[in-house]
Each structure stands twice: as C-alpha cells, then as structure tokens.
Design a protein around this ligand. Structure first.
Ligand code: NAD
Length: 309
C-alpha cells in the first residue's frame, strides 16, 4: 500500500506520523513545494520508523514520485491564524488545490486512486478537488466532521462519565462554523442519549447542550490560540479514515463527499459507510425539524462559498 501526502507543514507531518503508525502502509511519499521541508520531514520520520514499522519514507522532488499511490492525502495550503475562520482561507487555498490536483491526476491511476482532502475550508475544497480530478464522488473524501464528531464524543464522555467509544453522536454539515449537532440521533451504546441521562441520573439540560455545542465549534479556535495550529486531532482522523479504507472496514464515518449534481450539488458531512472502494453508501439519521433546517442552511453556506470561486 503506497500513500502520498501533499503538503508537509504542521498537519501534513503529523498525518505522516499517524499514517506510519497504522502499520498498514509499505511506502509513504512526502511532497511539499518547499522541498527542503519535505526532505527534512522524510529524514526525521524515517528515523522514527526504525523504532516501529518497516516502511519506506521518501521526499519527492516532483510529482512523478507519487506514481503507483493507492491513496493521496492533501494537507497543503494556508492555515488559520488566530481569529481567522476557515472560510477566510478560501481564495488562497483555491489556488493551492487548483495547482495540486491536475499534477496529482497526471501521475496516479484514476481507476483506483482515492484522494483524502484535509485542506480548509474543507467542504469547498472537496468540491473543487472532485471537479478538477473528475474522479467519482465517492473517491474524493474529506475528513469533514470526523474531527468535530470526535470532539463532541470526548466532551460528552467527560460530562456523562462514559467512554467516547460507547458514544454514537454526530456533527453533520460543514466542517466549520455552521456545523449541526445531531442531538436527536445520539445514543450511548444502543440507548438514546436522553434515556441514558434519565437512567444514570446525569443532568443534560438544553443549556448544557448549548455549552457543549459552543465548545465543539470553538475547539479549533481555542487550540490555535494556545499552540498556533491544530494537528494531532486531524492526524488521528485522517489515519482512521485511511485505516477504514485499507482494511475495507465498512465503518460509518462522518466524511464530506459531493452529493447530487449540477447547481444543487454540495459536499458536506453525513454518516457514510467507508470501505476499500471509498464511500459505499450514505445515510440520513433521524433529525428534528430544527436540526434539518440547520443542516440545509449549512449546505447552502457551503454551496454559496463554492459559487464564489
Ligand atoms: P502549514 O502552513 O504548516 O503547512 C502548509 C504546507 O503546505 C506548507 O509546508 C506549504 O509549503 C505547503 N504548500 C502550500 N502550497 C503548496 C502547493 N501548491 N504544493 C505543495 N505544497 C504546498 O499549515 P498546516 O497547519 O499544516 O495546515 C494545512 C491545512 O490543513 C490548512 O488548510 C488547515 O486549515 C488545514 N487543517 C484542516 C483540518 C481539518 O479538520 N480538515 C484541521 C487542521 C488543519
């Protein structure tokens, strides 16, 4: 299994480490327009690999080195500075993705390759990458709200005193400020969230849910304020998605892919079954009226941003 990563900044380097640590990949190619940075990252990671898995890690001087990649992960482009939103990155990163995708496609097997998008604003970048690559929608996959859903599960787990592994709760829609928390479909194991709270005598009033929502949506801003960027969470999400594809695991993950066609098409996160072929199917969970209004609004915001490029 050969994986190439384009963009070896803070996120790309962390993703490379997480990919190496899956132990599922025999070759990792790192490409950055800053060749010195990519070479240094490949060296450092290669040394780390000597303590773990036998994996060949190289820096690519040009795109020919990505030939034969099964999966290409794109983490290149501008990141948020303190106070910036993901949407503020739109025009800078349109230029970056427009530069990268044609070069990637000229060097991979379009019949099999899967592209994992990480660059923000994520959903619009998925739409752009899908258009430029002409790949089937199910093979251009954004990590989407996998990270937001993980943040929700972790914050909820602390409130409920139960492992995040037992929490099924989704953040849907945009990987951004308009994301929607699908409280009404949340379960702990097979028990509905509100039922679980009643039976375990944990109080989760509407005000507590609003605070949790705020913390989930603002997690990236808080982390960027504290350490300049976010990288560990997204690296975990990208590696988990990769594992699901490589092992054909068919888990339900909230990833972003383009749904629909023409003027109405949009990429946003919904629960989707992921396997070796990419996205196998998508499902719509139970939603209240307010939740479905919020999800539609989120889709419209993504589409409107896409229409400006
Ligand atoms: P960074 O500035 O540390 O690194 C970006 C890298 O991209 C740099 O090394 C740069 O040289 C490279 N690059 C830029 N243009 C390129 C091009 N045309 N070809 C090849 N390489 C190019 O930024 P970062 O913190 O690593 O963030 C990268 C992206 O990941 C940002 O858009 C950020 O918002 C996004 N991100 C996404 C999530 C998510 O959940 N999807 C989470 C965190 C960060």
């Amino acid at each position: 299994m050969k994986v190439s990563i384009i963009g070896i900044g803070t996120v790309g380097a962390a993703v490379a480490t997480a990919v190496k640590n899956t132990g599922l990949v025999h070759e990792i190619v790192l490409f950055d327009r800053d060749a010195v940075r990519a070479r240094a990252a490949a060296e450092d990671l290669g040394h780390a690999a000597a303590f773990s898995y036998d994996v060949k890690i190289t820096a690519a001087a040009n795109y020919r080195a990505i030939r034969g990649s099964d999966i290409v992960i794109i983490a290149a482009g501008a990141n948020q500075k303190p106070g910036e939103t993901r949407t503020d990155l739109l025009h800078k990163n349109v230029a970056v993705i427009s530069d990268i995708i044609p070069r990637v496609m000229a060097n991979v097997d379009a019949k099999n390759v899967k592209i994992i998008m990480v660059t923000n604003p994520l959903d619009v970048m998925v739409m752009l990458a899908r258009r430029l690559s002409r790949l089937p929608a199910g093979r251009v996959i954004g990590t989407g709200t996998m990270l937001d859903s993980a943040r929700l599960r972790v914050i909820l787990s602390r409130h409920l005193g139960v492992s995040p592994q037992s929490i099924n709760a989704y953040v849907l829609g945009e990987h951004g400020d308009s994301s929607m928390i699908n409280w009404s479909s949340a379960t702990i194991g097979a028990v509905a969230l509100d039922d679980f709270c009643r039976q375990t005598r944990v109080s989760l009033p509407a005000a507590a849910k609003r605070t949790i929502e705020y913390r989930v949506r603002n997690a990236a801003y808080e982390i960027i304020r504290g350490r300049g960027a976010t990288w560990d969470g997204i690296a975990g999400a990208a590696a988990d998605l990769l594992r699901c594809i490589i092992n054909d695991e068919r888990r339900l993950l909230t990833v972003s892919v383009v749904d629909g066609s023409g003027d109405k098409s949009v990429a946003m996160s919904m629960p989707r079954v992921i396997g070796a072929a990419g996205v196998i199917s998508s499902v719509v969970p139970k939603m209240t009226r307010d939740e479905s209004v919020a999800l539609r609004r989120s889709g419209k915001i993504i589409r409107k941003n896409y229409d400006t490029i």
